[in-house]
Design a protein around this ligand. Structure first.
Ligand code: G3H
Length: 540
C-alpha cells in the first residue's frame, strides 16, 4: 500500500530553481498582433503567477512569471476588423493565394517557431506546470503536426488538381476557406491544441483571430513576431483578454468559425451571442468522462499500467484521461493493489525535476474542488484506498484512489480533470455499459480483456456510444492522423491532420457545360495560369 508523500518541503528555495529554467522569467508583454503590427497596449494588464510557490526566507509565495494585456472590447473589435479586411469577403490576398503560396508561409512560420523552442517550452512549464520534458514533447508534436498538415494539404490539392466530366458538365472541385475563424485553445495543451485548429484554419485560406488561452498564455508572446513576419498583414491577429473583449466579437456576427477547446458551458455561451448561429460553424473539443472497463480475463499488469498512465498523466488534466474505472468484482482487489502500488511510485515534485509525475495544479480553486469531490464521495460511502491520497499542500494535490464509487457521488458524473481516480466494481457487464450510455459525454472508452468473443460483443455497441474504443490501451488523442472527436457533450466536428483541413473549409466547384466556347475559355485560364482555383498545377 502507498505511503503518504512528504509534502511540507515540496516547494523550492529560490536558489534551488535551475538557472536556465529561472532565466525564462519574467515575461512581461503589452503586445498584441493586429493587422500585421505588433501594437503596445496602454490599458490594464494581468499579473501572471505560476502554481509553483517559492520559498524566500520564511515566506512561501507563488512565483510571479509575467504580465500581459487585458484588451477591451474596442481593441478586440479592431482585431476582428483586421481579420475581416484580410479575408475581404474572399477577395483578400490570402484566401486567393495559391495553396503552394500558403504552404510556403506556414513553412516559414514553422522555421521561425522552432528557433523559439526553449523559451516557449519554459514559459509553458512555468505557467501550467507540465513537466519540462512533456512541454518539450508538446512543442515537438506541434511542429510535427504542422509538417503533417502541409503533407496532407498537398495530397488534398493533388487529388483535386484535375477536372471531372459528368452528364455533359465539366467541373473542378476543390475546398475553399470559410472566412474568419476565432480560435481558442485550452490550458492543458495551450500550444498543441491551439495550433491544431489554428494551423489548418490558416493553411486553408481563412483569416484568424486567436485569443490566448486563459492559462498558458505567456508562451504565445515569443511567437508573435514569428506570426507577424511569416504571414501577410491581418491574416493572423492575436489578442488576450476576457469576456468583455470576446462578447462584442461574437455578437458582431462576423465570425464564421468558432474553434474552441474548453467547456460546453463556455462554448454554448459564445455560440448564443452570434446573431445568425446557422452561419457559424463550430469546431469544439469539450468535456469527457472516459471510462475504463476491466473484464475478469484482463491481463492485470497491462490494465493497471495503462489505467495509471491514462488517469494520472499530467495530473489527470487531459480531456482524454480515464476518469472512471469499472473493474470486474472478482479482480477488483488485485487491480486496486497494483494500481495503488503504481500510484505510490509516482514522483511528486516540480516540473523541472527529471521523472516527475505529479506537479502543482494551475487552475485557481482546483485543489479545493478536488478535495470537495473526494469528501463528497467519502460521505456517500466510498473508500480511499491509498492511505494519504488526496493530501494537499497549496497547489499540490496527491492522487486519491477511491473505491465503491457509485451514482450518488459527484465524482461518478463530474469530469474531475485532476488526480482523483474513482473505481467501481461490477458483477454484470450491464453496469459499466449503462454508465457509458447514461453519461453526458461520449469521447472514448478503454476496454481490457482477452477473450475475442467477449471483446467483440462489447466493441460493437460501444462504438455506437463513444468515438474511439481502445483495446487494452489507455484513451488518447494520438496518433494525430487518427480522427479525434466525441459524441454527446464531448465534441463537435472531427479533428485529425486530415479531417481538420476539411473542418476549416467547404467544397466549392466551378462547373461549365461541355461546349466549345467554355473549353476554349477554360484552356486559356489554365494555360495562362490566370486562376489559383481553376488550376491543374501539381504540387510536388
Ligand atoms: O486534452 C485533451 C487532449 O487532446 C488529449 O491529448 O491524449 O494526446 O493527451 P492526448
Amino acid at each position: 500500500m502507498s505511503k503518504p508523500p512528504v509534502l511540507s518541503n515540496i516547494f523550492p528555495e529560490a536558489t534551488a530553481i535551475p538557472a536556465d529554467y529561472a532565466d525564462a522569467l519574467p515575461c512581461d508583454s503589452r503586445q498584441y498582433l493586429v493587422g500585421g503590427e505588433l501594437r503596445a497596449w496602454g490599458g490594464p494588464t494581468q499579473e501572471i503567477h505560476s502554481p509553483i510557490l517559492v520559498r524566500r526566507g520564511a515566506e512561501l509565495t507563488p512565483q510571479r512569471i509575467g504580465s500581459c494585456p487585458v484588451l477591451d472590447g474596442d481593441t478586440g473589435m479592431a482585431a476582428l476588423d483586421a481579420a475581416c479586411r484580410a479575408f475581404d469577403n474572399g477577395r483578400g490576398a490570402w484566401p486567393t493565394l495559391s495553396v503552394a503560396g500558403r504552404i510556403l508561409a506556414v513553412e516559414d512560420f514553422s522555421r521561425r517557431m522552432v528557433a523559439r523552442r526553449e523559451q516557449v517550452v519554459r514559459l509553458m512549464s512555468w505557467e501550467i506546470c507540465k513537466s519540462l520534458a512533456d512541454c518539450g514533447k508538446e512543442f515537438d508534436r506541434t511542429v510535427d503536426y504542422i509538417r503533417d498538415t502541409i503533407a496532407a494539404l498537398k495530397d488534398l490539392d493533388r487529388a483535386s488538381s484535375g477536372f471531372v466530366m459528368q452528364e455533359g458538365i465539366l467541373g473542378q472541385i476543390r475546398r475553399s476557406p470559410l472566412g474568419v475563424v476565432l480560435c481558442m485553445g485550452p490550458f492543458n495543451y495551450p500550444l498543441n491544441e491551439t495550433f491544431a485548429t489554428l494551423i489548418p484554419a490558416l493553411i486553408m485560406g481563412n483569416t484568424v483571430l486567436m485569443k490566448t488561452p486563459k492559462i498558458g498564455k505567456l508562451l504565445i508572446f515569443p511567437l508573435m513576431e514569428c506570426f507577424r513576419d511569416a504571414f501577410p498583414a491581418g491574416v493572423i491577429n492575436i489578442v488576450s483578454g476576457d469576456r468583455d473583449m470576446l462578447a462584442p466579437i461574437m455578437a458582431s456576427g462576423r465570425v464564421n468559425v468558432l474553434a474552441f477547446i474548453g467547456t460546453s458551458r463556455a462554448a454554448d455561451a459564445m455560440r448564443a451571442l452570434h446573431p445568425k448561429p446557422h452561419r457559424l460553424r463550430c469546431v469544439l473539443g469539450l468535456e469527457a468522462k472516459n471510462a475504463a472497463i476491466v473484464l475478469a480475463d484482463a491481463d492485470m499488469d497491462q490494465a493497471v499500467g495503462e489505467c495509471l498512465r491514462g488517469s494520472l498523466a499530467f495530473n489527470g488534466q487531459r480531456c482524454t484521461a480515464i476518469k472512471m474505472i469499472h473493474v470486474a468484482r472478482e479482480r477488483v482487489e488485485e487491480f486496486l493493489a497494483g494500481f495503488c502500488a503504481g500510484v505510490a511510485r509516482l514522483k511528486v515534485g516540480m516540473p523541472w525535476e527529471p521523472g516527475v509525475d505529479i506537479t502543482p495544479l494551475p487552475e485557481p480553486g482546483k485543489v479545493a474542488y478536488l478535495r470537495a469531490l473526494v469528501d463528497d464521495a467519502l460521505a456517500h460511502g466510498a473508500t480511499l484506498v491509498n492511505p494519504g491520497g488526496g493530501a494537499v499542500q497549496d497547489t499540490i494535490f496527491t492522487p486519491a484512489v477511491l473505491h465503491h464509487v457509485d451514482a450518488c457521488m459527484r465524482v461518478y458524473h463530474e469530469e474531475q480533470f485532476g488526480p482523483v481516480v474513482p473505481v467501481a466494481s461490477f458483477s454484470s457487464i450491464e453496469e459499466p455499459l449503462e454508465y457509458v450510455s447514461e453519461s453526458s459525454y461520449g469521447q472514448q472508452v478503454s476496454l481490457f480483456g482477452s477473450d475475442p468473443d467477449r471483446m467483440a460483443a462489447l466493441i460493437d455497441p460501444l462504438v455506437n456510444q463513444v468515438s474511439r474504443v481502445n483495446l487494452n490501451s489507455q484513451c488518447q488523442r494520438g496518433p494525430d492522423s487518427f480522427p479525434f472527436t466525441g459524441r454527446k457533450d464531448s465534441a463537435e466536428g472531427t479533428l485529425s491532420v486530415h479531417d481538420a483541413l476539411r473542418a476549416f473549409s467547404i467544397r466549392s466547384l466551378v462547373a461549365a457545360r461541355n461546349m466549345e466556347n467554355n473549353k476554349t475559355m477554360l484552356t486559356a485560364i489554365l494555360n495562362g495560369r490566370k486562376s489559383t482555383f481553376l488550376s491543374t498545377d501539381y504540387i510536388f
